[in-house]
Design a protein around this ligand. Structure first.
Ligand SMILES: [Zn+2]
Length: 440
């Protein structure tokens, strides 16, 4: 089998579907909550497709899509046109889905994955925004829930640039991580908020150009499942070719129990969706200045965090854990930058001792210092430090009085920093509160 596998290479493109975390649906004011609500409560004439209903595009969804496309390295388009994609399905009451295939959010560009050791290129074909369909539930009967109908759905389509399944898994994981970092989607695969499709074919190594068929693998809802389904399909296609068979364009699903893919639909003819522009939504135009503004937003993407940690000399085996956990990342950076901890020590404190995970950097500093004999115990000395901090930070006092709890944490942090962590946090907090209450 190894010999046969070494004759062929994988040709793989991914389609990543992601529900956006917006307050409202894509073309109406219904709440975007298709998971926690009772069935069919977040619906209106627009998302039920009743005659005469007027769709109005959700600008927040469009802006989130543009930010995501920019973060992924794709080129933003100045014109987006929503079109009707006509087809019939019980969960699509209108008989068409609004999408923007010909004038999408972005076109081309490529994703930088060098920080993860992948060289690519991993090119984008396009990123478009559309509305999700309703949900069918099959038990003794089929039930329909339209809460999901009209939820903004971003579809990110790559070129068939992947020759390794592992690379594709890392790529999709990175997309999930970026979406979470930018708060564009919680990208929860278990809730169906991130769904993957793969276009997969094989060619002989050295063969130029794309194979004349591709198999669409649908409804991949976990990374583990993705790896299993793609590995099976890659091996199956090689076996078919080795047996002298011809492979055709078709859609397949994956049966996890049997660990094999099966034909869902043979596509000998292309679907005719009879696309045409939605007459109730004029083309949406963006000026160059508006698009440029997006490129000035500071994103702090996983790759940026990766670089920050690399530059600080954080050991490699800890970097992925820190990049994946926002609070942990912030806490470690605070220990290193604000409290001048050695990076290796800072990381080790949080990662090697799980009981420390819930502690703030200040609490860590305090706990560390409790073991030293140098603590400041003289209350008048502590009061003096606190008086200085309060005099320097009048705004924080006002903020705290306005109910902003963070302001107190900030002041405690300042006291700890000023005292190089030698003041007991509880004492500092008590004195701070007394002083703030006594101030005008
Ligand atoms: Zn609605």
């Amino acid at each position: 089998m190894t010999d046969v596998n070494s004759k062929y290479e994988l040709v793989l493109g991914m389609e990543i579907h992601m529900q956006l975390s917006t307050e409202r649906k894509m073309f109406c004011k219904c709440k975007n909550d298709s998971f926690d609500s009772e069935p069919n409560v977040n619906v209106c004439p627009v998302c039920l497709g009743l005659p005469g209903a007027m769709p109005v595009p959700n600008l927040d969804a469009i802006k989130k899509s543009q930010l995501m496309a920019f973060a992924l390295g794709s080129k933003l388009n100045s014109r987006v046109i929503f079109e009707r994609k006509n087809y019939f399905y019980p969960d699509l009451p209108k008989g068409f889905q609004l999408t923007c295939p010909h004038y999408p959010i972005s076109t081309g560009g490529e994703m930088d994955m060098s920080h993860l050791g992948l060289t690519g290129p991993f090119r984008w074909r396009e990123i478009h925004l559309e509305e999700d369909t309703g949900k069918s539930m099959h038990t003794d009967k089929t039930y329909l829930d339209f809460n999901k109908s009209g939820v903004p759905l971003l579809e990110m389509v790559t070129e068939p640039d992947f020759t390794s399944i592992d690379d594709a898994v890392v790529f999709c994981t990175e997309i999930q991580s970026i979406a979470k970092t930018l708060k564009i989607s919680d990208a929860d695969m278990e809730k169906g908020k991130l769904r993957l499709e793969a276009n997969i074919s094989v060619r002989l190594i050295g063969q130029v150009g794309l194979p004349n068929y591709r198999v669409e693998l649908k409804n991949i809802n976990s990374f583990k499942f993705m790896k299993k389904a793609l590995s099976y399909e890659f091996a199956r296609q090689i076996q078919e070719l080795e047996n002298g068979k011809t492979l055709y364009q078709e859609t397949r699903g994956f049966n996890e129990a049997k660990n094999e893919t099966f034909v869902q639909r043979s596509k000998e003819e292309a679907n005719d969706y009879r696309y045409f522009p939605e007459p109730d939504i004029p083309p949406i135009e963006f000026t160059e200045a508006e698009l440029d503004e997006i490129s000035t937003i500071e994103l702090n993407l996983p790759k940026d965090k990766f670089k920050t940690l690399m530059d600080l000399g954080v050991p490699n085996n800890y970097i992925n854990i820190l990049v994946a956990e926002e609070t942990l990342f912030k806490n470690v950076i605070a220990l290193i930058k604000e409290y001048k901890y050695d990076p290796k020590k800072a990381v080790s404190i949080y990662i090697d001792k799980p009981s420390n995970r819930n502690l703030t950097p200040v609490e860590i500093v305090n706990a560390e210092k409790q073991n030293t004999d140098n603590k400041i115990t003289d209350v008048s000395k502590i009061e003096e430090i606190i008086a200085t901090i309060l005099a320097e930070n009048p705004k924080a006092i006002l903020d705290y009085k306005d109910g902003k709890e963070n302001a107190l944490q900030f002041l405690i942090g300042q006291v700890m920093r000023n005292s190089k962590g030698m003041v007991d946090v509880t004492t500092a907090k008590e004195i701070l509160l007394t002083k703030i209450q006594n101030s005008i």
